[in-house]
Design a protein around this ligand. Sequence first.
Ligand code: ZN
Length: 292
Amino acid sequence: MPELPEVETVVRGLRPAMEGKRIALAETRRPDLRFPFPANFAERLTGRTVTEVVRRAKYVLIRLDNGETWLAHLGMSGRFTVSPGARASSGQAGHNSGWALVEKHDHVLVEMADGGRVVFNDARRFGYMDLIPPGGEAESVHLRTLGPEPLSDGFTADYFAQTLRGKRSPIKSALLDQRVVAGIGNIYACEALWRAELSPRRSAHTIAGGRAERLVVAVKSVLADAIAAGGSSLRDYVQTDGELGYFQHNWGVYGREGEACSACVAEGRQECEIRRIVQSGRSTFYCPRRQR
Ligand SMILES: [Zn+2]
């Protein structure tokens, strides 16, 4: 499941393929993904020029020259693939140009005016797309309740402690609450708590002062490190087959039940054993020895 760093690398991979370029042809190959496409979706994309591709939480926002924003969520298995302009000299794309390499779950196909192609593939169809009217991003049903971006200057220890005040839910659940901070999923919540040496069971209201400071730093560093890893393992964020944004990770605790965590091992404490518990229906992995 794509998390914030994957979505960020998708955005960085889409930029050179789309920004400043006109959409010569868009096509949807079914009426819906998780939700129906907006009315006349493909027709409304066709002919527009992409001004900017940005990320908000786990959304890809493709801003268009008419002020509309094409919003895409990758869901569980959504993938964007880009291929460079193969017919750069011929200019116009025609309706009979054909999508020679369409694969089974390719649901949205876009040909840019330079011949480059952007394809959205989603086997499980938990992904979705929308078109936000000009000036409507702040009020969008998808975006309006989101808290600050974790990597932004707005996500500070003061903000975090203030927001968690009085909250009796476990800190792990509070990290996943998109109104508190946007875009953190299960894996990065586990990893950040491990880095901050805070128990996932700890009541959220106890995260203040130095603990809030530690957790904010851990959230930012775990995400920034993952984005950097994606950037260094992929050339221009694009895999050799054109797929964007998925890359190998080395988790500190996630998926490592029963192992000793690397931080304890580095301290010579081999008795460490990573534990898995279930919180709000999601697996939490943590080191009971160092996370208090
Ligand atoms: Zn440990």
